[in-house]
Design a protein around this ligand. Structure first.
Ligand code: ZN
Length: 328
C-alpha cells in the first residue's frame, strides 16, 4: 500500500500538517487528519472519497493531527482510533486538566497563570472534541490490513509510528530542521508528570531502526535521513541544555524563564511550551548517562560527544583525551 499524502494548512506556526491515506482491502485508511478549519473540510469534501473512508488512525492527539476526526467520522462513519494513552486523556479530560494544574503548581506557576493557560488550551482552535465513538489503536485496530505500528513517545506520551511496506509514517517524531518541543503532559498511567526525557531516550533506538525506510513526517520537508534528523535534534537539545546548566537544579521553572529570558518570554502558551523543554533538560542533567547510553547503542554518541561534555560543563580540550580516544 503506497500512502497518498494530503497537505493541509493549520493556523499554527508549524505550518502545514501532512496526513496520509492508504487504500486497503477494507477501504481507505487515513493516518492523522488535520485541524477543523473550513478549508480542510472543503478539501475532504472535494478531493477525498469520504464514502470509502473506513479507519482514521492518529499518531498523537495534538489538535493539528486529530482535530478533524469527529467531523470526518460524522460524514463517513469511519472508525477513529487513538493511541491508548491519548484515549485515556480524551476520556478523562477534566481529570487530566486538574492534574496538569497540580503539576504546574509544583513548578512554581500560580493559579492565575494556570487559569490563563486553561483559557487558551481549551479554546476550540486548540482542542477539538474527539469523537464520542473512539477506539484504541493498540487494542482495536484490525491486524490483517497490512499496517503495523510502534510506540516512539517523547514528543508526547503517545507518538505511534505507522509502518506499511517500506514506509514509516512518523508524525512528529522525526522532523527536518526543527526542534519539536516535548509537550508537558499528565502521565495517564500514574497521574504524575509524563517523563518525556526517559521516553525519548528509549524511543531513540526504535526510530534509528527506521533507517532505510521512506520517512513520511507530519510536517516540513521529508527528512533526508533518520540519522541526520536525530542528530539535529540532539545537537539542538544539548546546546540549549548547556545554557540551562546554571539552573539545572532550580525547581521553580517560572523563575528560570524569567531569569534566562530576562522577562522576554511572557506569552502564556510559549511559557508552557518552554517549561516542558526546560523540564526535559533538567531530567537530562539528572541522568545524562541514560541519553549517552541510548546514543552509543545506535552509534550516534561520538558525533555529539563534545557537545555532550560542553552541556555538562566538563569540556575537556581534545589534547586531554586519553590514548583510547575516550573523553576523560
Ligand atoms: Zn504536529
Amino acid at each position: 500500500m503506497q500512502p497518498v499524502i494530503h497537505r493541509l494548512d493549520t493556523p499554527y506556526s508549524i505550518g502545514q500538517v501532512y496526513c496520509y491515506s492508504l487504500d486497503s482491502k477494507d477501504g481507505l485508511i487515513l493516518i492523522d487528519c488535520g485541524v477543523p478549519t473550513d478549508e480542510a473540510k472543503r478539501y475532504y469534501l472535494e478531493s477525498f472519497d469520504l464514502s470509502r473512508l473506513r479507519h482514521i488512525l492518529i499518531t498523537h492527539s495534538h489538535n493539528d493531527h486529530f482535530g478533524l476526526a469527529a467531523w470526518l467520522q460524522a460524514r463517513s462513519g469511519a472508525k477513529v482510533y487513538f493511541p491508548r494513552r491519548d484515549y485515556l486523556k480524551a476520556r478523562y479530560r477534566r481529570e487530566f486538566l486538574r492534574l496538569l494544574g497540580d503539576i504546574m503548581q509544583g513548578m512554581g506557576f500560580g493559579n492565575r497563570y494556570y487559569q490563563r493557560l486553561l483559557s487558551i488550551i481549551t479554546l476550540a482552535e486548540h482542542y477539538a472534541e474527539p469523537p464520542e465513538d473512539l477506539l484504541i489503536v493498540e487494542r482495536d485496530f484490525p491486524k490483517n490490513l497490512g499496517l503495523d505500528f510502534i510506540a516512539c513517545p517523547g514528543h508526547s506520551q503517545s507518538d505511534l509510528v505507522y509502518l506499511t511496506g517500506d514506509c514509516a509514517i512518523t508524525g512528529d517524531t522525526l522532523l527536518e530542521g526543527i526542534f519539536q518541543t516535548p509537550v508537558l503532559e499528565v502521565d495517564m498511567e500514574n497521574g504524575g508528570r509524563f517523563n518525556n526525557y526517559e521516553a525519548y531516550c528509549s524511543s531513540l533506538g526504535k526510530l534509528a531502526a527506521l533507517a532505510g525506510r521512506r520517512i513520511l513526517p507530519g510536517h516540513r520537508e521529508m527528512p533526508k535521513s533518520v540519522r541526520q534528523a536525530q542528530l539535529f535534534y540532539i545537537r539542538k537539545m544539548l546546546r540549549r541544555a548547556g545554557r540551562l546548566r546554571p539552573w539545572r537544579n532550580e525547581a521553580n521553572i517560572g523563575n528560570i524563564i524569567a531569569e534566562m529570558f530576562v522577562g522576554g518570554m511572557t506569552e502564556t502558551f510559549h511559557v508552557f511550551l518552554k517549561s516542558a523543554e526546560l523540564l526535559f533538560m533538567q531530567d537530562f542533567f539528572r541522568e545524562p548517562e541514560r541519553l549517552s547510553a541510548s546514543l552509543a547503542a545506535i552509534g550516534l554518541y561520538d558525533d555529539v560527544a563534545e557537545l555532550f561534555d560542553q552541556a555538562l560543563g566538563r569540556t575537556p580540550p581534545r589534547s586531554e583525551k586519553n590514548a583510547s580516544g575516550a573523553n576523560l
